[in-house]
Ligand binder design. Structure first.
Ligand code: SF4
Length: 360
């Protein structure tokens, strides 16, 4: 099936019906929809990559409050952005926002570019994100093809299969674009995908484009898109060791993860894949103090199931190690969810200890 061969009626009615449906049934109160500008749309679109709106909302609000403009973002430090991103996952996005803000400062004097090609040069911005920024913020005629929109288009035109269909879907997405109100249209098709044309049990009876939907006509809404096989997560064992400074128990030995791999650029305790490597680390660094066990943590990533065994050592002497730093648990740092949850536990523990000392 080729986009150009589609029934004209099917195409013309689509955007018209969608735009008028959006007026009463679309989402109008998302924080990035207030006083729209390309910066806000860019931030929200990057946060929404692989992430649901309800998860993004508190992060977005906090982010825009701290970095209301491109200038604020470009004057920030990557560490601060990563700290804000903790828990949102896919940390490469935070790094890309930071790198992009430097480009926006140097090349565009803190302005957001208006050209499709320029926007595409920003790290982490793909075709769909660029299309969303241009259509929503500048009301330009550009298609998008995020996960929700892809599902709507596949169902509306009954596009089957998964392989080699990307080009066709982009063509169809482009074909459906109206000649005006592209800002409203893009929001409408996004909303249709997330509110009506749901992955399971789409509510076709209330769908504004149900009259010409091929999947509905052919009774294919359950089989398009095809169910993808669930990725089997690998199990991985990790060992964290919490090493507390001998003078100040608020200070913990930490290292910034290298680029690449999971949790790149985030702060972490010394961590190891095997217990024998951890033991070797302790031996080589002459750490002989008593090791105690801390409650283990299980943490799921998109492709891995982590079982983290946590050990703890309170040092009794001065200690320094190349590439490791003494970080205060009360400082804000960019870190992974498991590390942050351990730090929260440490703080609570200390609060209780201090409370008990005061009571005594
Ligand atoms: S009619 Fe149903 S399957 Fe077709 S676009 Fe609407 S919600 Fe999706």
């Amino acid at each position: 099936m080729n986009g150009k061969e589609q029934n004209n009626n099917q195409i013309n009615e689509f955007s018209k019906n969608l735009i008028s449906w959006h007026k009463n049934h679309g989402r109008h109160n998302l924080p990035w929809q207030k006083k729209i500008n390309p910066y806000k749309i860019w931030i929200s679109e990057v946060m929404l990559q692989q992430t649901q709106v309800k998860t993004v909302l508190p992060y977005y609000e906090k982010f825009i409050k701290k970095y209301p403009t491109i200038k604020d973002l470009s004057n920030s430090k990557l560490d601060d952005i990563l700290e804000m991103w903790t828990g949102l996952g896919y940390y490469r996005r935070a790094e890309n926002l930071y790198k992009s803000s430097q480009i926006l400062q140097e090349k565009y004097e803190y302005n957001f570019p208006e050209s499709y090609d320029d926007i595409l040069t920003l790290p982490g911005v793909g075709r769909s994100t660029a299309g969303a920024i241009l259509s929503i913020a500048y009301n330009k005629k550009y298609p998008i093809l995020d996960g929700n929109v892809k599902r709507v288009i596949k169902r509306y035109f009954a596009v089957r299969g998964e392989k080699n269909i990307e080009k066709n879907l982009w063509e169809l997405s482009e074909t459906l674009l109206p000649n005006k109100y592209n800002n409203i249209y893009t929001q409408s098709i996004m909303d249709l995908g997330s509110l009506v044309c749901l992955r399971n049990n789409p509510t076709c009876n209330i769908c504004p484009v149900n009259l010409n939907c091929e999947s509905l006509k052919l009774n294919l809404t359950d089989s398009i898109p095809e169910k993808t096989k669930k990725i089997k997560r690998k199990n991985l064992k990790l060992y964290f060791i919490i090493i507390q400074n001998y003078k100040n128990k608020d200070l913990i030995l930490m290292k910034k993860n290298s680029k690449g791999g999971i949790w790149a650029n985030l702060w972490s305790f010394p961590s190891f894949n095997e217990k024998c490597i951890l033991e070797k680390f302790l031996k080589e660094n002459k750490i002989t103090e008593k090791i105690t066990k801390y409650e283990n943590i299980k943490h799921n990533l998109s492709h891995m199931r982590l079982n983290i065994e946590i050990l703890r050592i309170k040092l009794e002497k001065e200690f320094f190690l190349d590439s490791y730093y003494w970080k205060n648990i009360y400082d804000k740092i960019g870190s992974s969810k498991p590390v942050i949850s351990i730090i929260v536990r440490l703080k609570e523990e200390q609060k209780n200890e201090n409370g008990n000392v005061l009571k005594a």
